[in-house]
Write a protein that binds this ligand. Sequence first.
Ligand code: ZN
Length: 75
Amino acid sequence: MSVVRSVLLRLEVRQAGRASKCARNKNHAIAKGQPRFVVKNHGPAQGEKGYCKRCAKLMISRAHDALDGLEADLS
Ligand SMILES: [Zn+2]
C-alpha cells in the first residue's frame, strides 16, 4: 500500500527560540519557549512567518472549514 501523502507541507509548530512578534498582529508577543505556528513561504523563496497561539487557532479553524468544503465537494 502506498504512503498517504500529507498536504500540510508548509505548517509546523515549533517552540520560539527567542521572543518574537506574531506576523498577523505585531501587538501579539510570542515569548521564548512558547509554541509558534510556522507557515513556510510558497515557492522557491526561503522564509517563513510565525504566528501566536491565538492567531494560529483562528487560522487552523479556517483551514478546517476549507478542508470540510473540499471534502464536501468530493461527495
Ligand atoms: Zn497573533
